[in-house]
Design a protein around this ligand. Structure first.
Ligand code: ARG
Length: 240
């Protein structure tokens, strides 16, 4: 028994000595997945990364940036991981590798709580806000702008949802298209409401640099453990 605890202590020491720091990029404007509270990165994705790090034995450093900078920063080696409620898409899979999926979502349309607008807000004369480079942006671009339903000038792209939301509340835009879980959170905490859902059936994954097998395997193994141990359900209860 004594020997076992000695070996264990030694292993822990070794793990500590060799533990490396993984830099996690996010766009901390997306409650309940990632946001900043009292100067600290919080949210489902942030805690999920902390649990993964515990299991895989690495230290974490979080970096906040605009969503559309995340993949370029990952490819350039400025960050090692993207944890940002990022949807696994074919286009992104060409340039980064994704973990097993950990969440599913659709797109929602939100307007001001006191507005009479409905889902038809999307069809022409109103101003629609999206976060640059998100699947909401891509959906509006492909399904509305490219098809001549929404004039390009009426699609407003923002670096962060914080800016989009304040423009919606100020009346500078009329609606925002964004992921359904985040739309529901905003509807519960801000004077906005959901007027429609666009079923896209997206799945979120954690992204690593293409070919970074070691890190990807560590993340996937940890994710499986987190799901099996019930820790995942605990995190869901905490944030949803
Ligand atoms: N799921 C969407 C996408 O991958 C939106 C993600 C936005 N994430 C964020 N942290 N702002 O494009």
């Amino acid at each position: 028994m004594k020997l076992r605890s000695f070996v264990l202590a030694l292993l822990l020491l070794a793990a500590f000595a060799f533990s490396k720091t993984i830099t996690v990029g996010t766009s901390a404007d997306f409650p309940p997945f990632e946001y900043i509270e009292n100067g600290r990165f919080v949210g489902f994705d942030m805690d999920l990364m902390r649990e993964i790090a515990k299991i895989a034995g690495f230290e974490l450093k979080f970096v906040d940036m605009s969503f559309d900078s995340l993949i370029p920063a990952l490819r350039a080696g400025q960050i090692d991981v993207v944890a940002a409620a990022m949807t696994i898409t074919e286009e992104r899979k060409q340039v980064v590798d994704f973990s097993i999926p950990y969440w599913t979502a659709d797109q929602s349309v939100i307007v001001r709580a006191d507005s009479n607008l409905t889902i038809t807000v999307l069809f022409g004369k109103y101003k629609i806000g999206v976060q640059t480079g998100t699947t909401g942006d891509l959906w509006c671009t492909d399904e509305l702008v490219s098809k001549g339903i929404l004039p390009e000038r009426n699609l407003k792209r923002y670096d962060t949802f914080i800016l989009a939301l304040s423009d919606l509340l100020n009346g500078n835009i009329d609606a925002i298209v964004l992921d359904s879980p985040v739309a529901s959170r905003f509807a519960a905490t801000k004077p906005v409401k959901v007027v429609g859902i666009i079923v896209t059936g997206e799945q979120y994954g954690i992204a690593v640099r293409k070919g970074n097998k070691e890190l990807l395997n560590a993340i996937n193994n940890a994710l499986k453990q987190i799901i099996e141990s019930g820790k995942m359900s605990e995190l869901i209860d905490k944030y949803f």
